[in-house]
Design a protein around this ligand. Structure first.
Ligand code: ZN
Length: 274
């Protein structure tokens, strides 16, 4: 609230637009991942169906967002209402960014690299997209999805790390790539990449051998680390649109997992013999 008051004074006689709740919210530090939801989308009650049960003081929170809140109420309830208004805006935002206009707005942000770049070296600074691990608020914070390695990362800044993932939803990045397939980053192609993976294969082979030697030395001392069990436990991120796993990705992942299972069985065999 203080932030807004200060800003109101500093911006002085700006237009109504720049003094709106939404533009204040968007310009607040830490809210850089959010895009502007069109006012006519918010004013169409059909788009907000069901949200009244998720947000307490729903009507007033909605009035605050659309700058229609009575000035007298504004002073009394403002602080509590602001929390509800943020929640409501976040939930509307999750619905908005999977509409055609919402996707286009997030696309602009993606092109401006507003969500940062993939930290994985071989992804060559691929721009990221925000994603939720659940569509229910207050469960999981927002993560960043890389279309190149198809994995997810935590935001670098703690300000972004505490944003609710439900304000972006589980489907958004996958729907964006479905609507704009030309933006799907290539999985390979650069000669650097193939060289990189060859060299790491050789290195990990060496590492595995070394690990087995170390295991033999420490055998009987503590609990043995089984390479097979580590491989089996590795969690994978599964892209979904409205809860359904993506067809091509699912096919590829089933194939990769069949290969992995075969390798795990092979490792188990080796470990039993060793
Ligand atoms: Zn990546």
């Amino acid at each position: 609230m203080l932030g807004r008051a200060v800003e109101d004074i500093s911006t002085g006689s700006d237009s109504d637009y720049s003094n709106s709740w939404i533009s204040w919210f968007l310009s607040s530090k830490g809210n850089e991942y959010f895009c502007e939801v069109d006012e006519d989308y918010i004013l169409d009650r059909f788009n907000l169906t069901g949200l009244n049960s998720d947000v307490s003081n729903y009507s007033q929170a909605l009035e605050l967002i659309t700058d229609n809140l009575d000035d007298e109420i504004q002073d009394e309830l403002r602080g509590a209402l602001d929390v509800q208004a943020r929640l409501l805006y976040g939930l509307i935002h999750a619905r908005w960014i999977v509409t055609a206009r919402g996707l286009a707005k997030m696309l602009e942000k993606f092109k401006r690299v507003d969500f940062g770049r993939c930290p994985r070296v071989l992804c060559q600074s691929q721009p990221l997209l925000p994603v939720g691990l659940t569509d229910t608020p207050y469960e999981k914070s927002v993560k960043l999805y890389c279309g190149r390695c198809e994995d997810i990362y935590s935001p670098k800044s703690s300000r972004h790390g505490s944003i609710d993932g439900a304000y972006f939803g589980t489907s958004f990045p996958h729907l964006l790539f479905l609507v704009y397939p030309n933006l799907i980053p290539p999985k390979s192609g650069s000669p650097d990449l193939s060289f990189g993976s060859r060299s790491t294969d050789a290195e990990s082979g060496k590492r595995n051998r070394r690990m087995r030697e170390e295991q033999e030395v420490t055998e009987g001392v503590g609990e043995l680390i089984s390479t097979a069990s580590v491989a089996m436990k590795a969690d994978r991120y599964r892209p979904r649109i409205y809860g359904f796993q993506l067809n091509e990705t699912a096919k590829l992942q089933r194939w990769q997992e069949a290969i992995r299972d075969r390798q795990v069985a092979h490792l188990e065999e080796l470990e039993e013999r060793g």
